[in-house]
Write a protein that binds this ligand. Structure first.
Ligand code: SF4
Ligand code: SF4
Length: 97
């Protein structure tokens, strides 16, 4: 599976190395959904590979792809709670759940 640079994996999952909770857009993701710190992105981002999930979450918009990703892993409700509570760090997210 080729990466289509759809941006979903920079929004949907939580990324501890970036203190990024579930469902929150990575602050390093540009408006065009490209990584603005590509040369110094954390190793977890470097090692991330496009796989079957990328195909399963295909959708016209980034919001829809993120939602499909979260639902695929049964994380939709958790992400909605974090969004509702405005959690912008993993510590806040841990406190909110
Ligand atoms: S979700 Fe998959 S296709 Fe989209 S940017 Fe990430 S690796 Fe690439
Ligand atoms: S650092 Fe770059 S590759 Fe990693 S999640 Fe953020 S935007 Fe995506």
């Amino acid at each position: 599976m080729e990466c289509t640079r759809c941006g979903a994996c920079c929004v949907a999952p939580d990324i501890a190395a970036l203190d990024k909770p579930l469902g929150m857009r990575c602050p390093h993701l540009s408006e065009e959904n490209l990584c603005t710190v590509y040369d110094r992105r954390p190793s977890v981002c470097r090692s991330y590979q496009a796989d079957e999930v990328c195909r399963l979450i295909e959708a016209p918009t980034l919001d829809e792809r993120v939602q499909k990703y979260l639902e695929l892993f049964e994380l939709g409700a958790e992400a909605a709670t974090l969004r509702q509570k405005g959690c912008t760090s993993m510590r806040q997210a841990r406190g909110a759940l």
